[in-house]
Ligand binder design. Structure first.
Ligand SMILES: O=C(O)CCC(=O)C(=O)O
Length: 284
């Protein structure tokens, strides 16, 4: 076909991947039985969230806890971050022990259906809610993108229980069905439930679901790791292309590499000098 036979009349004509060397490849989510993903999507559509129990074993939780513990220094700078809550940002640039959470096939299988190809990782944080912390302000995670509700989610979140989540130690509080709400906020009469789940479990929810960290009235702290994802045409919360070295980018899985920005949302979003960003990693 000559160049003249290839007219571009709308931006949709540019939807095909321009990349030649680094073509799009399916995610690790394709290893999951489609019937399981159908059930997950039905739960998300109905409730806005779902819980997968015991995806990690006790050793994996211990390893994450031992790695993150020394970094738990600062408490939050405001009541949203939590004055009795410790947060570790940019976990991806510090350790590989949480990678298996970020690219877990169950998570990717759902994201593959919920978001557009080339969705991005928006944040990877550890959140340790300490005794005495009060309930976090209810919010929805894609609320900082100024696009009015009701609408489809622009993002999605996982919260992984590294400690058991109990009704009194700060388990994330969810407002089932609130992903469908328009402009309103949760009120005192709206049913709210704590995501009670054993360590190693994961709650997945869409970016439009109202939720918040729970109050911790127990004597123990509650450690979680949260990985958040967004549409490929939005700016992620954490600037991973700046915080992750090229050596680390070479080390992580293909899925994580794609999600931290080594991908192009066709035709041009994410390109470097007009080319696929993976070409940067071909250089020494
Ligand atoms: O730690 C939690 O359970 C929820 C935290 C949260 O939703 C947030 O900080 O955005």
């Amino acid at each position: 076909m000559s160049i003249d036979d290839d007219p571009v009349t709308t931006l949709d004509d540019l939807r095909n991947d321009l990349a030649r060397r680094h073509r799009w490849t399916p995610s690790g989510g394709t290893s999951v039985d489609p019937a399981l993903v159908d059930a997950d999507m039905a739960a998300l559509d109905r409730d806005g969230y779902l819980i997968w129990e015991n995806l990690l074993d006790a050793d994996e939780c211990e390893q994450i806890k031992a790695t993150v513990d020394p970094w738990l220094e600062h408490t939050g700078r405001n009541s949203f971050e939590g004055h009795r809550t410790q947060r570790v940002y940019s976990v991806l640039s510090r350790t590989r022990v949480c990678d298996r959470l970020v690219d877990h096939p169950r998570v990717l299988a759902v994201l593959d259906r919920l978001l557009m190809d080339n969705y991005l990782l928006s944040a990877l944080q550890a959140i340790n809610i300490m005794p005495g912390e009060s309930a976090q302000l209810a919010h929805h995670d894609d609320g900082f993108y100024p696009i009015p509700r009701p609408r489809e989610p622009l993002a999605a979140a996982t919260i992984w229980a590294i400690d058991d989540f109990t009704a009194d130690n700060g388990a994330t509080v969810l407002y089932p069905g609130s992903h469908r709400w328009g402009r309103r906020r949760p009120g005192p009469d709206d049913p709210a439930i704590p995501a009670v789940m054993p360590a190693g479990s994961c709650v997945f929810f869409v970016g439009t679901l109202w939720h918040g960290g729970g109050a911790n009235t127990s004597g123990q702290s509650r450690l979680a790791v949260t990985a958040q994802y967004c549409q490929p045409w939005l700016r992620p919360m954490e600037a991973f292309t700046l915080s992750i070295s090229r050596d680390t980018a070479r080390e992580v899985s293909d899925d994580i590499r794609r999600m931290i920005g080594y991908s192009v949302h066709p035709p041009f979003v994410g390109a470097v000098d007009g080319l696929h960003p993976l070409r940067l990693l071909d250089q020494p």
